[in-house]
Ligand binder design. Structure first.
Ligand code: SAM
Length: 276
């Protein structure tokens, strides 16, 4: 019998029973593809759970849809990280989107996801999608004022993603957005990764005029409490309109819905106190 534990802090973790495990050492990280009893297939990078077949919809819907709804006509979208393809799949549910760029540093993550996680990676061959196997930090140097929405679907701020949680990188994200552009970043767990959370959100607050942090319940992420931060210079993201709700009606989602959108930025007090 095999059990896998992700140590989420020195003193606590998530443990799952595993039917089968595959291991690949890529150029950037240790990749584990686990077939688990409770969560289906699970992708783990350097010991940290990235996605599972059972609960992936929550993270991918909540990262993609709020910004794509707030933007009145998103045509060009960039996903940085996200090599499993789940965010790209959700982005393509928006009919206005004409072009999706995916910039993932590790080609092995893309290949393993295509082979073993077909329900997540299913849209990676869509003709609207172009895949760039590059470091997101360098990728943005070449692309100024191009995207309507940028989604930062990154692993934790250690290893290859470390620089992509810093102010200098968020400045590049801002410069790569065209007028009325919006970005959303995954900003870690406010409960078990308080320092990562505070640092990422505060760096974003220094760069953009408008910002808001929201949460989702994701069972396999640390403490089950996960955060995202949306930001824009031109769009007052705290506003919503009738049109937004029309768009939500047509989305085929399992977690994100009109009621979540209405209260998107409602945070528990201890969370808002951390990022005041
Ligand atoms: N849902 C996830 C989470 O919060 O744990 C993120 C999933 S996604 C698989 C994260 C991806 O970011 C990984 O595949 C990793 O290779 C990629 N990544 C890390 N650093 C990167 C960088 N500098 N440029 C582009 N992609 C990067």
């Amino acid at each position: 019998m095999i059990w896998f534990t992700e140590y989420q802090t020195k003193n606590t973790g998530l443990t799952v029973k595993v039917k089968e495990a595959k291991h690949v050492q890529s150029k950037y990280q240790e990749i584990l593809l686990l077939d688990t009893y409770e969560y289906g297939k699970m992708l783990v990078l350097d010991g940290a759970v990235q996605t599972t077949e059972r609960d992936e919809f929550i993270y991918h819907e909540m990262l993609a849809h709020p910004a794509l709804i707030k933007h009145q006509n998103p045509e060009r979208v960039l996903v940085i990280g996200g090599g499993d393809g789940g965010t790209v799949r959700e982005v393509l549910k928006h009919p206005s989107v004409k072009e999706v760029h995916l910039c993932e540093i590790d080609e092995d993550v893309i290949n393993i996801s295509k082979q073993y996680l077909p329900t997540i990676s299913c849209e990676l061959n869509n003709p609207k999608v172009s895949i760039f196997v590059e470091d997101g930090n360098k990728f943005l140097d070449e692309r100024k004022e191009y995207y309507d929405v940028i989604l930062l679907d990154l692993s934790d701020p250690v290893g290859p993603a470390e620089a992509l949680f810093k102010r200098a990188f968020y400045e590049k994200v801002k410069a790569s957005l065209r007028k009325n552009g919006i970005m959303t970043a995954q900003t870690e767990s406010p409960f078990l990764q308080e320092e990562y959370f505070k640092t990422a959100v505060k760096e974003i607050q220094k760069v953009f005029k408008n910002y808001g942090t929201y949460l989702a319940f994701i069972p396999t992420y640390p403490a089950g409490m996960w955060s995202f931060t949306m930001a824009s210079d031109d769009v007052n993201i705290l506003d919503s309109s009738e049109k937004d709700y029309e768009k939500i009606k047509d989305l085929n989602t399992k977690y994100f819905c009109d009621k979540i959108y209405t209260s998107l930025f409602a945070l528990p007090k201890f969370v808002s106190d951390l990022i005041k």
